[in-house]
Design a protein around this ligand. Structure first.
Ligand code: GLN
Length: 560
């Protein structure tokens, strides 16, 4: 490691979870990363998902939340999005370790004969593979420079005690000796529920999960306790005593007004001090990064005027399915000083068919759409809700309501335009009607029809702008091209482009071959934009994604 680095050796913080899932372990881990970064360390992260899938690409957003896409085309757990946004870094697919990936690699080695006749076992072969993997990615630069990071936050998905996570826990137990105990800190996130008429904070679940963790050979240095209200002093003391954690390392992670408050909440309770003692780094006197977070948290709490965006999707009951899209909308709403209200609309309910079946649902959906200042059709797969989305795109186009279509949303706008402006009544995507006589959106020639995992057009690809001036180019600061992340199998039918463009829907950005449509913008409309890529993945607090910012600006009546 270079002499100028603030630490002499790679520092690791391992975050595990107990009692139940969904405690916000990812946000806690990202917030710890922010504290380390504020101390001048360059921080990267690893997310371990103990499921058997090789990656999240084949998993339904319904079950598992959104599939997050990385620059290198990795389709990963949404927690990697939290890391990228909180720490302003760019990760690789190797930063998401799954059981499937680890076994795949070990089995490949076994087939190559790398184990020299040995019996291949979970211990040591799987556990060694995990440790080597962590070390390798921890040392991979992720902040846009070529510098090796100083610290790595490792989040272990699932709950301690799960059968699936056992090899990872064992690997992390061994890891403390591999890297030196002075370079690693264990943080356990647990739940402190409240029971009874006086609202007593209950410590037993946490006692049990810590006992389980200790039984597996890992002694937590910091206990982060999720609770509704701040931990009572009595609870804190009791947890320290029963869990063998120093009282100043029992941290209350109670509900706060917005997520930007979480790093500050941890800081106020001395987590940076505990970390600096545990893994050995100096805390500078001033840490401007934390001031930025305080400012951000204040801004978010003080927004008053509302902007309403309709989100026309198919997993509208589950906001995790659209996490990055929501984040990108939020980042943009902060920028235009508005409080974001998302009007969730089940696309199916906008469909004429529903009118007969369930008139109430239909009118409710249309009322919500009409009540919105702007309309967003996010990415998606499969036929459900398509006709409703097409109706929403039509409504936005005809009534000059700001519209942003992301990936599927661009394809939807194209189909709508072909049907209702060009008179191609049967226009469709071959994704929804393989035999359509008027294919407006078609399967891309290079994509596999038989293999689902990792075979889409994925990751960051450059999109040159093809026009001198347009709204979306202005929003991107008049750059000659943009680098954004992709995840799709279908594209606008290249044979229809000139016909569509001559009627006013312009494809202002195409891929490097000049063939594939990437960015669309409608003439004579306040904001009617679509991107074949997913701009939401690169949005950051304080640096909102330009297409989303454009939607918000137009939605509050600002000219672009
Ligand atoms: N289903 C469409 C395609 O594969 C859109 C994908 C998306 O929105 N991510 O091209």
């Amino acid at each position: 490691m270079l002499a100028s680095n603030p630490v002499d050796w790679m520092k690791y913080v391992v975050v595990t979870g107990g009692v139940l899932s969904g405690l916000g372990k990812g946000i806690t881990a990202s917030s710890i990363g922010v504290l380390l970064k504020s101390a001048g360390l360059s921080v990267t992260s690893v997310k371990i998902d103990p499921y058997l899938n090789c990656d999240a690409g084949t998993m339904s957003p319904f079950e598992h939340g959104e599939v997050y896409v990385l620059d290198d085309g990795g389709e990963v757990d949404l927690d990697l999005g939290n890391y990228e946004r909180f720490l302003d870094i760019s990760l690789t697919k190797d930063n998401n370790i799954t059981t499937g990936k680890v076994y795949q690699s070990v089995i490949e080695r076994e087939r190559r004969g790398d184990y020299l006749g040995k019996t291949v076992q979970v211990i040591p072969h799987i556990t060694n593979e995990i440790q080597e993997w962590i070390e390798r990615v921890a040392n991979t630069p992720s902040d846009g420079t070529n510098n090796t990071p100083d610290a790595c936050v490792i989040e272990l998905g699932g709950t301690v005690g799960d059968i699936e996570s056992a090899p990872f826990i064992e690997a992390l137990r061994q890891f403390q000796f591999r890297v030196g105990e002075e370079n690693i800190c264990f943080v356990h996130v647990s739940l402190v529920p409240v029971m009874g008429p006086v609202g007593e904070q209950k410590t037993k679940p946490t006692q049990h999960t810590v006992k389980e963790l200790r039984g597996l050979g890992i002694i937590p240095d910091i206990l982060v306790c999720r609770s509704e209200n701040p931990l009572d002093e009595e609870t804190r003391v009791k947890l320290a005593a029963f869990c063998h954690v120093s009282p100043d390392a029992v941290v209350s992670a109670h509900d706060v007004s917005n997520i930007y408050r979480i790093p500050i909440l941890l800081e106020e309770q001395g987590v940076s001090d505990v970390l600096s003692k545990e893994i050995g780094f100096d805390l500078p006197k001033t840490r401007p990064l934390l001031d930025d977070w305080i400012r951000m948290a204040e801004t978010v709490d003080n927004l008053e005027e509302v902007v309403k965006i309709a989100m026309v999707g198919k997993y509208t009951g589950l906001s995790d399915s659209y996490l990055s899209v929501i984040k990108a909308l939020q980042h943009s709403s902060f920028e235009v000083n508005r409080k974001l209200q998302i009007n969730w609309i089940e696309a199916e309910n906008l469909d004429e068919k529903i009118k007969q079946e369930n008139y109430e649902k239909y009118t409710e959906a249309w009322d919500a759409l009409k009540d919105s200042d702007g309309i967003l059709v996010p990415g998606g797969f499969g036929i459900r809700g398509i006709e409703g989305k097409i109706r929403a795109a039509e409504y936005a186009r005809v009534n000059k309501i700001p519209y942003l279509g992301v990936c599927l949303g661009l394809q939807i706008a194209t189909i709508e335009f072909c049907r209702n402006v060009l008179g191609m009544k049967d226009a469709n995507s071959t994704e929804f009607d393989e035999d359509t006589s008027q294919p407006a959106v078609v399967f891309m020639p290079e994509i596999s029809k038989t293999h689902m995992g990792g075979t889409m057009r994925l990751g960051t690809k450059p999109t040159p702008f093809l026009v001198e001036d347009c709204k979306i180019k202005r929003l991107y600061g008049n750059q000659s091209h943009v680098d954004e992340r992709h995840r799709h199998r279908y594209e606008v039918n290249p044979e229809l482009i000139s016909k569509i463009e001559s009627a006013g829907l312009m494809y202002v950005g195409k891929d490097e071959t000049g063939q594939r449509c990437e960015i669309m913008e409608l003439k004579d409309h306040p904001y009617y934009v679509g991107t074949q890529y997913h701009p939401e993945f690169k949005s950051r607090p304080g640096r909102p994604s330009p297409p989303f910012l454009g939607l918000l600006m137009a939605s509050i009546g600002q000219k672009i």
